[in-house]
Design a protein around this ligand. Structure first.
Ligand code: C2E
Ligand code: MG
Ligand code: MG
Ligand code: MG
Length: 286
């Protein structure tokens, strides 16, 4: 194929042939380019945070906000975290990014809390690579001190799939954080492997049901049965349940009917930059 470059690699006595098409090659180059630019993005102040309201299902009022990072690229525009967080995880940049997000969101929270009827809980996605740093709990404490943030109003979201690597150290850090009053949420529940094992063994406060579970509510009875069972199981274990990706009234009613604790999704609000969220908070808190 004249359009492809071919590479031969000898591995374990076997010949393996990899064929990279031009398209794959271009994708690799683009990824490398992003990786190089990502290095300076933090210093250049190119990251921005959007926030999505988290709603209490019983009273349908806002209880908190999830911070969601975006990269305001000078040429490419707003880049989704799905595109650059995996790169940051592979290059080790993720730890700095995680800490930056925490600090920035804590400062933002202070402004909102000054104007809202009650303090709003802040949810931060913390890539599990950070849980390989033994000093993580101290680093987080330092940021909370600097920004005068109440640890009881902070929730860290972790995903089970990336937690597999160093489960002992990770669990130890989680315990330290919980002793400080910080909540831990297991994000994207149901998408990885051995989910139930994690639910039972990790010392967590909250589980977030992935949108993949939620989106077929009202369409597939099987999904409704699973969601109901998971909510009951988690609550029996003393774990609060947040449903992700609520887009319809049917989904809302179903989740209310089974006693799910909280939810977030486009039905209530998309993630928005701070100046829009300020208005959303006013609407959703009364
Ligand atoms: P996540 O933590 O599970 O975040 C939920 C994602 O679902 C967000 O995508 C959100 O915009 C989207 N979403 C919320 N409600 C709905 C809905 O009703 N319908 C649909 N279709 N989507 C909905 P986003 O912002 O693109 O973030 C994607 C992922 O990137 C996050 O998944 C999280 O794993 C990661 N991420 C985002 N921000 C950060 C960050 O600050 N640090 C780290 N380490 N990871 C982050
Ligand atoms: Mg999350
Ligand atoms: Mg999630
Ligand atoms: Mg997700």
């Amino acid at each position: 194929n004249a359009d492809s470059s071919m590479y031969m690699a000898k591995e374990g006595g076997r010949n393996k042939v990899f064929i990279y098409s031009n398209e794959m090659q271009e994708k690799r180059v683009a990824t490398m380019e992003l990786a190089n630019q990502l290095h300076n993005a933090l210093n250049k102040g190119e990251f921005v945070l959007h926030y999505q309201p988290i709603m209490d299902l019983k009273n349908e009022v806002i209880t908190g906000l999830e911070a969601l990072i975006r990269w305001q690229h000078p040429q490419k525009g707003l880049i989704s975290p799905v595109e650059f967080i995996p790169i940051a995880e592979n290059t080790g940049l993720i730890h700095q990014i995680n800490l930056w997000v925490l600090k920035t969101a804590c400062l933002q929270k202070k402004q909102w809390d000054a104007n809202s009827p009650y303090p709003l809980k802040l949810s931060i996605n913390f890539s599990c690579k950070s849980f390989e740093y033994p000093d993580l709990a101290d680093e987080i404490q330092k940021i909370l001190d600097q920004t005068q943030t109440n640890p009881a109003e902070i929730q860290l979201e972790i995903t089970e799939t990336t937690f597999l690597k160093n489960i002992e150290l990770g669990t130890e850090i989680i315990k330290k954080l919980r002793e400080k009053g910080i909540s831990i949420a297991l994000d994207d529940f149901g998408t990885g492997y051995s989910s139930l094992t994690y639910l039972i063994n990790l010392p967590i406060d909250v589980v977030k049901l992935d949108r993949d579970f939620i989106k077929y509510i009202g369409e597939r009875t099987e999904n409704e049965i699973i969601v109901k069972a998971v909510v009951q199981l988690a609550q029996a274990l003393g774990i609060k349940v947040v449903a992700e990706g609520i887009e319809s009234k049917e989904q809302l009613y179903f989740l209310k009917s089974i006693g799910c604790d909280e939810c977030q999704g486009y039905y209530f609000s998309k993630p928005y930059p701070p100046y829009v969220i300020e208005e959303q908070i006013k609407i959703l808190s009364s």
